[in-house]
Design a protein around this ligand. Structure first.
Ligand code: AMP
Ligand code: MN
Ligand code: MN
Ligand code: MN
Length: 278
């Protein structure tokens, strides 16, 4: 069976491995096709491409775009995009643009709780200055000994409803899909099992996603448990969407699921990668 992993992060967003290290690890673990999908940024693709050639694995150019849908953050992965596409790059730059201000608000919220030094602390973990995110603050909180792990940092401070959560307006769903499609890519709704939506709302999201030109949803994801695989496979079939699979790998120390070795898609799914096999 082809070992594919269509969702992963490098130091160009909130991963801890450089693109080269990520590709080398994927190759070592038997991945044949890897998509690098950094948040709102494609800066790592060039180095990843060079490493993929060296390690004889196939790299899919990807990105994971932050979107606000009805006040809720959802992520849309673009696969097989053209990183040189001007409209895509303008859209990603605009989406990244709000991160610096948001980081200042997170810093202020942490200070209000008596936690100082988070600006420098988070920056230490953010090697892409345009892409400061909550994971970098979470790593700072772990390093300071405020929390024992990243998960607890989100649970107590940075996650939705917690004191240092700063609401933010990301791209619209329609814009993200059109940037991806306009650059020749396929839009994939990332880890749908993670969104706090009831069944009716999920169906509305899937219908809207498809009607706006979305191609697939992640069925197999490290954010999903086995019951999600079956549920989202059924959703994909019902809505005429293809299925994707990705580890959403961020770090050897932090990720639940390492690169590759993902379970197979449930039967009846149309794999999104059929669009890339030529
Ligand atoms: P941001 O785009 O800055 O809001 O950060 C989102 C990132 O935070 C996600 O891509 C994950 O890497 C990370 N994240 C979100 N929630 C959690 C959580 N509960 N536990 C661990 N990491 C999380
Ligand atoms: Mn992330
Ligand atoms: Mn995501
Ligand atoms: Mn991700």
């Amino acid at each position: 069976m082809l070992n594919l992993d269509l969702h992963s992060h490098s130091t160009f967003s909130d991963g801890t491995l450089t693109p080269g290290e990520l590709v080398a690890r994927a190759a070592q673990r038997g991945v044949a096709v890897l998509a690098l999908t950094d948040h709102d940024d494609t800066g790592g693709l060039e180095a990843a491409r060079a490493a993929a050639a060296e390690h004889h694995i196939r790299l899919i150019d990807g990105v994971e775009i932050s979107v606000t849908w009805r006040g809720q953050t959802v992520h849309v992965v673009g696969l097989g995009i053209d990183p040189s596409d001007a409209a895509l790059q303008a859209g990603l730059a605009a989406t990244r643009g709000g991160r610096a201000d948001r980081a200042e608000k997170i810093i202020a919220a942490l200070e209000a709780l008596g936690i100082t030094g988070s600006r420098e602390g988070a920056q230490q973990h953010a090697s892409n200055p345009e892409l400061i995110g909550r994971t970098h603050f979470a790593r700072f909180l772990v390093k300071q000994g405020v929390v024992k792990d990243i998960k607890t940092a989100f649970k107590r401070f940075l996650g939705g409803g917690q004191p240092c959560f700063v609401p933010h307006q990301w791209a619209t769903l329609g814009a993200a899909i059109s940037w991806i499609n306009g650059s020749g890519g396929a839009a994939v709704l990332a880890h749908p099992g993670r969104y706090p939506l009831d069944t009716a709302q999920m169906r509305e999201l899937l219908a809207e996603f498809r009607d706006l030109g979305g191609a697939a949803i992640e069925v197999v994801s490290s954010s999903h448990r086995p019951h999600h695989y079956a549920a989202f496979a059924a959703h994909a079939r019902q809505f005429g969407l293809a299925a994707s699979a990705g580890s959403d790998f961020h770090s050897p120390q932090e990720s639940y699921h390492d690169l590759g070795g993902l379970p197979a898609l449930p039967s009846g799914c149309v794999p999104v990668w059929e669009k890339f096999s030529h």
